[in-house]
Design a protein around this ligand. Structure first.
Ligand SMILES: Cc1cc2nc3c(=O)[nH]c(=O)nc-3n(C[C@H](O)[C@H](O)[C@H](O)COP(=O)(O)O)c2cc1C
Length: 334
């Protein structure tokens, strides 16, 4: 049975008694970024609360052996959910009662507060394209820095060309290390969706055109990968993309543990929503924080001591890219 809205409008609960607003919140949450678009989340809906649990069947042990990206992805989804809740008249309170099990968000009624960040949720994307190379204003940089700040998490913004060039060198070294690792390469292949049909069928994974590749049949995509999948090609493309960016943001956390990885994911997502609201584009270039030895050198270069550099994100103005897919919301409910 579904409950009728007091205004006689559409039902406020779905069949089964789940508040309709909770499902809408999940719909916004799943639009968040996730590593390799694995969407490694499950949502448990209760009256007055939503828990976001890790879906360990979607782990990527080669690129993410400690599950840092998996928990950060839960943080990204949690941030979207909190922003959407606030906009639609619910205040969320996030806790990690048992961090390995993800997060719990308790919801209470509040005045609806629609925001530019809420409007940005369906617009945000990782735009893996060349940007226009023009600098950002001081006000834009300040807004991004504030949006990326959290509890034990801060963002370092690099705008000077020598620092951006240094990041480019780190990414080059990261590509060389990753492409030399057969486990990393074969894991990545399992998440590639070469064409719109494959992407729609799976509802997850890395859709070729969203990565800047053409939409091709699987046999042709596999052939391209056999001949063109190399650190040298990736380095040429990444260097062009990095040099076209206005700034590089590095999200760093004070403590290297699950609650901080979740918080870092929230900070990235909030910063990306703020960037989207400002008409800016973002894309991850995480290779130097995924290769453990480079991560330590990166922390040294940034002067952040033993803090963990969680993500590296380039920012600038550029074209919209094709969208990556999501699974239907029903498939992420427990
Ligand atoms: C923790 C984390 C790590 C990621 N690392 C990378 C990366 O190294 N390179 C990249 O191109 N995208 C990276 N992504 C972006 C995802 O591939 C992207 O969010 C996903 O494909 C969904 O696409 P969308 O963000 O455009 O909606 C990462 C995302 C997250 C949350």
């Amino acid at each position: 049975m579904s409950t009728t809205a007091p205004n006689g409008g559409s039902p406020v609960t779905e069949p089964g008694g789940v508040p309709r607003s909770h499902l809408d919140l999940v719909r916004h949450a799943v639009l968040a970024a996730s590593s390799h678009n694995t969407q490694p989340w499950l949502f448990r809906l209760e009256p007055g609360a939503i828990s976001i649990l890790p879906d360990r069947s979607r782990r990527c042990p080669a690129v993410d052996p400690d599950d840092h990206h998996l928990y950060a992805s839960l943080g990204c989804a949690a941030e979207n959910l909190l922003v959407a809740a606030r906009a639609t008249g619910l205040k969320g309170h996030l806790t990690c009662p048992s961090p390995e099990s993800g997060v719990r968000i308790d919801l209470e009624a509040a005045a609806p507060a629609p925001s530019a960040l809420f409007a940005a949720i369906p617009e945000r994307q990782c735009s893996r394209s060349e940007y226009d190379g023009k600098p950002m204003s001081v006000d834009e940089l300040r807004r991004l820095e504030i949006a990326g700040r959290g509890d034990g998490v801060a963002v370092k913004l690099l705008t000077d060309r020598p620092s951006i060039e240094r990041v480019c060198e780190f990414v080059t070294a990261g590509n060389i290390a990753q492409f030399a690792d057969p486990a990393w390469a074969s894991e990545l292949r399992t998440w590639i969706r070469f064409n719109a049909r494959e992407a729609a069928r799976a509802g997850d994974g890395l859709y070729g055109p969203a990565m800047g590749s053409p939409d091709v049949p699987r046999w042709l995509g596999s052939l391209f990968m056999r001949v063109g999948f190399s650190a040298a090609n990736q380095n040429r493309k990444d260097a062009r993309h990095i040099r076209s960016s206005a700034a590089i943001a590095v999200v760093c956390s004070e403590v290297d543990d699950i609650p901080h990885w979740i918080e870092a994911g929230r900070c990235y997502e909030r910063m990306a929503l703020e960037a989207t609201a400002l008409g800016l584009r973002t894309a991850f270039i995480n290779q130097p924080v995924e290769v453990q030895s480079l991560r330590a050198s990166m922390a040294g270069f940034l002067g952040v001591g033993n803090h963990r550099p969680d993500f590296i994100v380039r920012i600038g103005r550029g074209p919209e890219m094709p969208r990556s897919r999501r699974r239907p919301v029903e498939s992420v409910l427990v």
